[in-house]
Design a protein around this ligand. Structure first.
Ligand SMILES: C[S@@+](CC[C@H](N)C(=O)[O-])C[C@H]1O[C@@H](n2cnc3c(N)ncnc32)[C@H](O)[C@@H]1O
Length: 266
């Protein structure tokens, strides 16, 4: 469940790049930082290092890496389909609101699909996740390996371009959506933490303690239907009663997948 303990923020070296990154994190809204040296203990810790930013809590560690988006993009560039893109029907030039950013895989795939004329506004209620993912997107070039494999190289280059189209905002989506004009984006997408536990991918597991697990609010869906021009999409556990409760039609497909996508056409 959502961990809102204060976080000890540390920098490992006084390099100017690390100092800049440190002060960027210190300015992020909603994060409750404790500065090194002033009251340690068993607090979670954000370490800003020459090898990246690592959020530690006991034995658990989390750092931003677009691994799932990379695999999906390699497959997309090979001509394979992606169920999220089939559900959202995103096209070049579209504007997307990803109302549940999480680790940003879907936002990155969406940002790739909408292309350079499109945009992605990504909302995340957990302040530390919003900050870590925005920082990770800002610094994505630093983790791009020197890939010899042609497909991987192309996917990383596409991810890097896509990352620049994502604007992350810390906030609760129902509240945020209320301030967005009607019919001003093409698609609004929800991927809330699943209501019932099911086996989840390794990429989602480290997210658990930092993310918000509340069920999707009906009011948020109503706002999303006002804001979207084309459709509102929900990803949920297969056979979830959430689709019916919130008024989504389940799309066919993904027979062996543990998840379904539901759509409201507006
Ligand atoms: C399952 S994850 C999303 C995963 C994401 N689609 C991806 O590709 O990485 C759900 C995220 O939504 C966030 N969340 C839950 N309720 C929210 C709300 N009301 N407003 C904004 N974010 C919310 C959670 O904190 C969590 O990080």
């Amino acid at each position: 469940m959502f961990n809102d303990k204060p976080i000890l923020i540390k920098i490992t070296h006084s390099d100017s790049d690390l100092l800049k990154r440190y002060s960027w994190f210190r300015q992020q809204p909603g994060c409750n930082w404790i500065i090194t040296g002033s009251g340690e203990g068993d607090l979670p810790e954000l370490a800003i290092t020459r090898h990246g930013v690592i959020l530690k809590n006991g034995a658990e560690q989390l750092s931003f890496h677009p691994s799932m988006a990379l695999i999906r993009l390699i497959n997309l560039l090979r001509g394979e389909s992606d169920r999220y893109l089939e559900a959202t029907q995103l096209k070049a030039g579209d504007a997307l609101i990803d109302a549940t950013l999480g680790f940003g895989s879907d936002a990155l795939i969406g940002a790739w699909a909408v292309g350079e004329k499109g945009s992605v506004l990504a909302l995340e209620q957990s302040p530390i996740l919003a900050a870590i993912v925005q920082d990770g997107l800002n610094h994505i070039t630093e983790i791009i390996p020197n890939a010899k494999n042609k497909d991987k190289h192309a996917a990383w280059a596409a991810l890097e371009r896509a990352s620049r189209r994502i604007e992350v905002h810390w906030g609760e989506h129902s509240e945020y959506l209320k301030h967005i004009p009607s019919r001003s984006v093409n698609v609004v997408y929800f991927d809330p933490m699943f209501r019932q536990t099911c086996k989840q991918s390794d990429s989602i597991l480290p997210l658990h303690q930092w993310s918000v697990h509340n069920p999707l609010d009906h009011g948020a869906v109503i706002e999303a239907c006002r804001v979207a021009q084309n459709r509102v999409v929900l990803k949920e556990r297969k056979n979830s009663s959430e689709f019916r409760r919130l008024g989504f039609d389940i799309l066919l497909g993904g027979r062996y997948s543990p998840v379904d996508y539901g759509v409201i056409l507006v």
